[in-house]
Design a protein around this ligand. Structure first.
Ligand SMILES: Nc1ncnc2c1ncn2[C@@H]1O[C@H](COP(=O)(O)OP(=O)(O)OP(=O)(O)O)[C@@H](O)[C@H]1O
Length: 387
């Protein structure tokens, strides 16, 4: 049942609104001034507040602003006296859902309340979805190296520092980059990812910097590159060790000068981008072999984060398995399965050359193929079938 709070200093109005709303089946509480209303909105989850504008102690507009400041998701419908409509309009500009005038017209009141409740439900749904996504992206593990990774993320995320994430395939480098972006002040803007290994070297410059129409034969129209797409946000250069030397030179210039030029273009375009990079290659060795620019390495490697191979943090395996059992059962809408003690001990001894990605695939395979409790023989049979 939807909960509605009526905030009004006139008892007759509170009584009238309560009668109407209770008759419609809503649960109604009352506050007799602005301050009491604010306290109640902040201490209980009301779907809708019907809030008078002119009140002693705290005016309606201030109740609204303070509630929003504190992150309240209650939808405010302002109730204004006839001569006070300007204030009500101002309130809707500042985040109130709508306003009605006194004395309230019954139909208009009920329609507005119903719409406000719908909006409140949408906001709740979005909030839980967001929490779920956040949980889905959570870095699982409490081994010493993973705790260090998480601590470094928390420290570095709010800064503008560039981060170079290293570690073997499937160890969680991309997850680290995503967390840094989500926990940074750039989180409302985009995180743009480029897999440098997947793009042919002759196309990487156009991919990163864009091109002007006619810059080369297949450039039939202008294209905005990843640096420009990430403006105000974060650019994640994955597999940076696979980037050609000529593209490296251009990336270096973009980082040094904060400017790029589209391929075939002349104009310099200023960009405000935080760059994160990742690689599974040994970049120091690549530098010695002349395959990676040392100056670019130093530009990118302001804060290094190393994600170790899974076999070097086997104590994380039970927690990761739990998380993946939960994810997979949610995905298939099944009850959650579990590992026998011996099965889990065996999981912890395996090599996991494909690291966490391989572990996730194996857990999914086991959930599909096995009974309620996954046994050690199941693990021997189904793990190590290739990732
Ligand atoms: N600590 C972790 N907790 C939960 N899930 C994880 C963790 N580490 C990795 N994963 C999951 O494992 C998979 C592989 O992770 P990710 O893509 O981040 O690895 P990567 O190192 O970037 O891989 P590649 O080197 O192939 O690009 C993803 O599905 C990711 O969600």
């Amino acid at each position: 049942m939807a909960k509605i709070l009526v905030i009004d200093d006139e008892k007759s109005i509170r009584d009238a609104l309560r009668d109407i709303l209770e008759y419609e089946g809503y649960q109604v509480d009352e506050a007799k001034d602005g301050q009491e209303g604010l306290d109640m909105v902040l201490s209980a989850p009301y779907d809708v507040a019907l809030c008078d504008i002119k009140m002693p102690k705290l005016e309606g507009l201030d109740v609204l602003l303070k509630a929003k400041e504190e992150g309240s998701v209650t939808q405010f419908v302002m109730v204004s006296a006839f001569g006070n409509v300007e204030n009500a309009v101002e309130a809707t500009k500042r985040g109130a859902f709508d306003f009605i005038t006194k004395p309230p017209d019954l139909n208009r009141l009920l329609v507005t309340v119903r719409n406000a409740i719908e909006k409140a439900n949408d906001v709740e749904v979005i909030k839980t979805l967001k929490k779920r996504v956040y949980k889905k992206n959570e870095i699982v593990g409490d081994s010493a190296p993973i705790l260090k990774v998480k601590e470094t993320i928390d420290r570095v995320a709010p800064t503008e520092a560039r981060v170079l994430v290293t570690g073997p395939n499937g160890s969680g480098k991309e997850m680290v980059a995503k967390q840094i972006h989500e926990k940074s002040s750039r989180f409302k803007k985009k995180l743009i990812e480029v897999n440098c290994a997947a793009i042919p070297s002759e196309l990487i410059e156009s991919e990163l910097f864009g091109h002007e129409k006619g810059a080369f034969t297949s450039a039939i129209k202008q294209r905005i590159g990843k640096f420009e797409q990430a403006d105000g946000g974060t650019l994640f250069l994955d597999e940076i060790g696979d980037m050609s030397l000529s593209a490296q030179a251009k990336v270096l210039r973009a980082l040094q000068e904060g400017k790029i030029t589209r391929v075939g273009g002349e104009k310099e375009i200023s960009i405000n981008v935080r760059v994160l990079a990742a690689t599974n290659k040994d970049l120091k060795k690549a530098i010695e072999e002349g395959e990676f620019r040392e100056d670019l390495f130093h530009r990118l490697n302001v804060i290094p984060i190393h994600v170790p191979a899974l076999k070097d943090r086997a104590t994380d395996i039970p927690l990761l398995c739990d998380k993946f059992l939960q994810d997979v059962s949610e995905e298939y809408g099944d009850t959650q399965k579990s590992f026998s003690k011996e099965a889990m001990e065996h999981m912890m001894k395996l090599e996991w050359t494909g690291n966490v990605r391989e572990l996730r695939n194996v857990v999914e395979r086991l959930v599909i193929m096995c009974g309620e409790t996954i046994q050690v023989d199941d693990v021997k049979l189904y793990a190590g079938m290739g990732i």
